[in-house]
Design a protein around this ligand. Structure first.
Ligand code: G3D
Ligand code: MG
Length: 310
């Protein structure tokens, strides 16, 4: 019988085929190692060093978790860049990338693997192979993405955080529509450019509804976890998407609960069950702290292209 540990190890072995990844480990919330793997071509000495570094990192996770810190950190060390990624409620993925490697190119993979770990732990049947895009021919993808949700849920802040990696308290309510481009590199050869459409006040939406939604291939629905009404209104925003969804053979929608740095009024379970019923991914973010923001947009990019790259 294949145990969860076996499956996690298989997953990590596949993970190490991604360029610049030296080692990976999965630890539970008590900091206990559930699985780990280190690239074979590394020298014996390095394996020992990486193993030691992973153990130290696992220990660190334990402290972070008990201290209630947010994960998602990148930490440089002598052995390389450590990337900590939450994998569901019960596990954390630790990735060790070669020293000085471009973590932007590795981050999307950490999200994909973290998602697989979460699914494995949730005991779903899962294909453990990773669909690596062919590194030979460069592929560029372009998608329109609309961001929808009630007023002041943090749509503009999330986009700014994703694009500029910053959060400003004083964004004026967007006037009309702003369109921002962001290119996300999934590997050296595969890049995804998102044309992100951000909307002004909700009143404006009625006037420009058609243009705003026309030809879009993806949508991020945002609500504010401190305001239940904004969650209930997600149904309304979904209705708005029916027409553009019919016009596309492939359409990706993601639900985001924003402002998790504040006291929540909508439970994680309620939102998760809602998105599960709709078969759309659900993530919680804070545009203020940056928590999960890259992960949300990275996962969206991955879902947009995963059937196109071979
Ligand atoms: P919108 O584009 O959906 O209308 P904005 O929302 O991005 O303009 O954000 C609305 C308000 O919420 C802003 O506050 C913004 O700073 C705040 N906000 C956005 N995201 C977060 C978050 O994750 N955490 C917290 N604490 N606040 C957030 P102001 O006071 O400027 O109106
Ligand atoms: Mg706005």
């Amino acid at each position: 019988m294949t145990t969860l540990g076996d499956k996690l190890n298989t997953l990590l072995e596949n993970y190490l085929k991604i360029p610049n990844i030296r080692a990976g480990a999965i630890v539970d919330n008590d900091g206990l190692m559930m699985a780990s793997s280190i690239t074979k071509e590394e020298e014996e000495l390095t394996i020992a060093a990486c193993g030691g570094a992973l153990a130290t990192a696992a220990e660190r996770i334990k402290d972070e978790l008990s201290g209630g810190y947010h994960l998602g950190a990148i930490v440089s060390s002598e052995q390389g860049e450590f990337i900590f990624t939450r994998a569901g409620d019960q596990a954390v993925l630790i990735t060790l990338a070669k020293p000085g490697s471009d973590t932007d190119k590795i981050l999307p993979w950490t999200y994909i693997v973290a998602e697989k770990i979460q699914q494995l732990i949730d005991l779903e049947n899962l294909d453990l192979s990773l669909e690596l895009p062919k590194m030979t021919d460069p592929q560029k993808f372009n998608f329109k993405l609309v961001v929808l949700g009630d007023e002041a849920v943090g749509k503009t802040s999330l986009i700014r955080r994703f694009i500029e990696k910053s959060f400003k308290q004083d964004y004026k309510s967007t006037i009309g529509v702003s369109i921002l481009n962001k290119t996300y590199d999934l590997s050296d050869s595969v890049s995804v450019t998102l044309n992100i459409w951000d909307l002004a006040g909700q009143a404006m939406f009625r006037n420009i509804r058609k243009t705003y939604l026309e030809g879009t291939q993806s949508a991020v629905l945002v609500y504010d976890v401190t305001r239940p009404a904004s969650f209930e209104n997600i149904n309304h925003w979904l209705d708005e998407l029916q027409e553009p969804m019919r016009a596309q053979s492939r359409f990706i929608v993601m639900l985001i609960g924003n402002k998790i740095d504040l006291d929540r009024m909508v439970s994680f379970d309620e939102a998760k069950n809602f998105s599960k019923a709709l078969k759309i991914p659900y993530l919680e973010t804070s545009a203020k702290t940056g928590d999960n923001v890259d992960k949300a947009f990275g996962a969206l990019c991955y879902h947009l292209i995963k059937d196109s790259v071979r």
